[in-house]
Design a protein around this ligand. Sequence first.
Ligand code: AMP
Length: 468
Amino acid sequence: MSFSALGLSEPLLRAVSAWHYESPTPIQASAIPAILRGGDVWASAHTGSGKTAAFALPILQRLSAEQRPGGRFVRALILVPTRELAAQVGESIRKYARYLPSPLKTLVVYGGVSINPQMMALGGGADILVATPGRLLDLLDHNALSLSAVSILVLDEADRLLDLGFNDELSRIIALLPPRRQSLLFSATFPPEVQSLATALLRNPVRLDVPTEPATKPEILQRAIEVDTPRRTQLLLHLIAENAWLSVLVFVATKYSTEHVAEKLRRAGIESAALHGELSQGARTQALADFKAGTVRVLVATDLAARGIDIVRLPVVVNYDLPRSAVDYTHRIGRTGRAGETGVAISFISAGTHAHFAQIEKLHALDLPREQIEGFEPVETEAPVSLVAPDGGGIKGHRKSKKDKLREAAARAAGTGDAPSASAASSSTPTSSAPRTTPPAPRQFPKASSQSITDKMPSPRSAWPRLR
Ligand code: AMP
């Protein structure tokens, strides 16, 4: 299928071709015509599946065809959970809008930076506003804009919005929107909270279910390497040198560890940066920009970087510390192997974390061979006391929270659990431990399939297909 078959205008077709998108991704093939038709859409899609263009292109087309109201009005509102994702979505929209004959004003607003420039920029309104909920409410409190003319609402990563506790903010924002509007909801997972939100928000939506998810993507080679806790940095350095990785995203458990590990790598001559939630917004943006630009070779991050961040051609993700939950594992490894590329996801397993990793594997129906690297064979037989949780069940402070357990139980009850199907998961189990570290040049997404589209939203919750 080609983009021209989707009903997009010539300036938008020019933009996608300028970005060398040869054909639409599955979510684009199904969402673009549905959004152009004007109805509500509820789509399952991860960042990395091409979902920004899936909603941005038809929104740009629709807004270009309509008259812009004067005043402090916003026409399309896109709510996202994190500042980084807001910046990324804004950037993508600007690139897709480049050839439109009349420019559309796109603004991005998020917290952690001064509100005044954002208030000034909102003078005269905006065609498209990409916002995190908290800052949007602050701006509304300052009377900096009006939502009463919003004709299109997008909730991007709706599950994450709710996960981060934005429920109350969302309700306040939604109450300010006109009832007659087009609403588009994108979510990677469909826990019960998302289902209630969708029911409250959407009217007779078209349901799009695109079956691609990071944990089951065969293009990600998952590896589990046994190593003693104190030797992880040395092993990481060894792997970087041996595989000549130019870009590595390393996940650790704490903010302190991001700084500590990055510092150790820098001392060993590897350009590294730390990324965590307590850095200033400027430092966060800089760390990510440097990593994307390749001036920083290793980014050591907390789970802040696990969602929504699109790093083109990232060959490797390393779980230096294991993620707390199976869901976090999915999102972390999904930073690599994006947009049809291949990638490697390595988890370091030490004496104290065997059981925890086995639990993650169980939830994903994985059974990864345990590898040992020559010179780094583990000798610890028990977990160091400082790293074991009181019941010995995992990394201290990183066992599943009560909320995680409730969420997983609810997802299981609704048939929307995190675990991929056995058949899907088996395709992601590597048949060899040899790393595939060189991604192919052109991006290739799986072919769009009309089977991924269900026309109407099934009513009872139990009717929902398992999405992840
Ligand atoms: P997203 O899911 O929107 O974060 O997009 C993930 C990546 O895929 C971004 O780097 C996009 O530029 C890229 N992308 C989106 N659509 C296509 C397409 N049709 N062909 C190739 N790359 C694409």
